[in-house]
Write a new protein. Structure first.
Lengths: 324, 220
């Protein structure tokens, strides 16, 4: 492997002012949040950006071939471009912070961070994105880091020569399987759906691999092992017999869940936990908007998130004009 | 040919503009039988060339025995990041890939001689009065790992009793099997304690305190 040196991590930064009531507080620093910030800065609003990192899920994306303006760009490179555009403006930032609770007190939103800081805003945009979904089966939590992994690029090297299971049927599951196929003798690819969600190019590649055995329409019932993963139990949805597979690794790539817990008691969520928005990014709470993967807008794409972020700010701006 | 590309160098130079105190990178290496020894030495020297505040020294692990012992180096390649004193901050294996972030951050914080840990965390680790050794296992392709390494190094900088190592898993397979590493980041504290995954500051500190209290008697 060629050695490279990646500068991607944001240093923690705290320029938020607790005494101020901001015009707009943006929660999240992915494509939606950063675009929202640029649009707000151009409207000369007083804004605060709170985020765990700058870049969000794009930081974890290797190659991007569908963001307009770039035929091909690496995720972290695109994030750098976003950052350059944001740092062009003076924007108060709390980077390295996560939001614990979002509330509305009278007409003002109050934001409490994990670090115990409290900020206020006349409007807020939630753009906090999504994170990996877990299976919620016995053994899963206990065996994290002991054979259960949610990051195949991180952990694949530890499974050289070992039999593994990959759970999921989308692009990330197939990419994980393709990554693992080079180093493992046997891969069981297990998905609850009866047809693959992954792009046909990936499916064709996997179907050519003799090491991969597919179990479509199967549910994972349990991950077994005391100190290490020793196997999994799967069951076909059509009522067939439960079976045990002997594997030492389980890579879980079954999609994402929205980071909306901190707003759960305030705003309306849909069944998937996404914040419900209308076509102008408005939630059911006046002055509160949502954009990107955390919102109910269909299709999770960088370019869609960015566009939604812009729209949310413009709607928030109209709201501020009217309420003054 | 240089290891670092020009655009990366420029970005690092920019970050290093705010360095205040002197930082010394002490590299331990040897000519043979070490996978990334040569690259690690070159990286050390290239980084040092990016700021007048940074100096570098290179020692041969086998020949400069006294220095190896003084810095308690038991494996190579190793980089010590120190200020006017040794804070116990170590990188074992090359800090490439995402770990490059950890190296740069530790240089910046050692230069400032202070961290951005919360006052609660500082107060808690201020009570530690016996050695605590934190080892953070990483892979170079793990975007979550620098968070754990940086946290461990911050604790080492703040406490004279805490030492912390980044350990690049591919370079030290015997340690991977000794500690049963199957996912990263994995944090090992005082040999027998630890946790899997990246934790936020307060929980990380909590784990360190727990390990410290459990080993207090035995070591005391």
């Amino acid at each position: 492997m060629e050695l490279d040196f990646v500068l991607s991590r944001e240093e923690a930064r705290s320029t938020g002012k607790r005494e101020l009531t901001y015009d707009l507080v943006i929660i999240g620093g992915g494509p939606a949040g950063l675009t929202a910030a640029v649009y707000a800065a151009r409207k000369t609003l007083k804004i605060l950006l709170i985020s765990k990192d700058l870049g969000g899920q794009v930081l974890l994306t290797l190659e991007i071939e569908n963001y307009m303006g770039y035929q091909y760009i690496e995720g972290r490179e695109l994030v750098n471009k976003f950052k350059e555009q944001v740092t062009h403006f003076s924007i108060d930032q709390e980077i390295g912070e996560e939001v614990e609770k979002l509330d509305k007190e009278g007409e003002i939103f109050s934001i409490l961070t994990r670090g115990g800081k409290k900020f206020r805003g006349r409007t807020a945009i939630i753009a906090s994105g999504k994170r990996s979904r877990s299976l919620n089966v016995p053994g899963e939590r206990r065996l994290i880091g002991r054979g259960v992994s949610y990051c195949s690029v991180c952990d694949a090297p530890f499974f050289e020569g070992k039999d593994v299971a990959v759970i999921g049927g989308g692009n990330s599951a197939f990419e994980a399987a393709l990554d693992l196929v080079r180093i493992t003798p046997k891969i069981c690819l297990i998905d609850i759906a009866s047809t693959w969600m992954a792009d046909p190019v990936l499916v064709e590649q996997i179907e050519r691999e003799k090491k991969v055995t597919s179990f479509q329409g199967h549910r994972v019932k349990e991950i077994k092992g005391d100190d290490r993963v020793e196997g999994i139990t799967i069951e076909p949805l059509d009522g067939g017999k439960t079976r045990s597979l002997s594997v030492q690794g389980v890579f879980i790539e079954i999609g994402l869940v929205p980071n909306s817990e901190f707003a759960r008691s305030l705003v309306k969520l849909n069944e998937a936990g996404e914040i419900v928005v209308d076509c102008a990014s408005r939630t059911n709470i006046p002055g509160l908007f949502a954009a990107g993967d955390v919102s109910s807008v269909p299709e999770k794409q960088i370019i869609i998130a960015a566009g939604e972020g812009a729209k949310a700010t413009l709607t928030a701006y109209q709201y501020l004009l009217r309420s003054r | 040919m240089a290891l670092l590309k020009d655009d990366v160098k420029n970005e690092v130079r920019e970050k290093f503009k705010k360095l205040t105190g002197q930082v010394r990178l002490v590299n331990f290496t040897q000519k043979l039988e070490c996978h990334h020894c040569e690259e690690t030495r070159r990286l050390t020297e290239e980084i040092a060339s990016l700021s007048p505040k940074i100096s570098s020294e290179v020692y041969n692990f086998a020949l400069d025995k006294e220095k190896s012992q003084e810095y308690k180096i038991d494996k190579i390649p190793a980089i010590v990041v120190e200020g006017e004193k040794d804070y116990g901050i170590r990188f074992f294996g090359i800090p490439g890939g995402y770990e490059f972030n950890s190296l740069i951050s530790s240089i910046i914080e050692v230069s400032a001689r202070s961290t951005d840990l919360s006052s609660e965390s500082k107060e808690k680790i201020g009570k530690i009065d016996r050695s605590v050794h934190v080892q953070v296992f990483v892979t170079l392709t793990c975007p979550y790992c620098p968070g754990a390494v940086e946290m461990a190094h911050k604790l080492a900088l703040e406490s004279g009793y805490i030492t912390s190592d980044m350990i690049e898993s591919a370079e030290f397979p015997h340690l991977v099997s000794k500690y049963g590493v199957m996912g990263v980041p994995k944090v090992v504290i005082n040999e027998e304690f630890g946790f899997e995954g990246a934790l936020p500051e307060a929980s990380f500190v909590e784990e360190v305190i727990k390990a410290y209290e459990s080993t207090k008697e035995a070591k005391g």
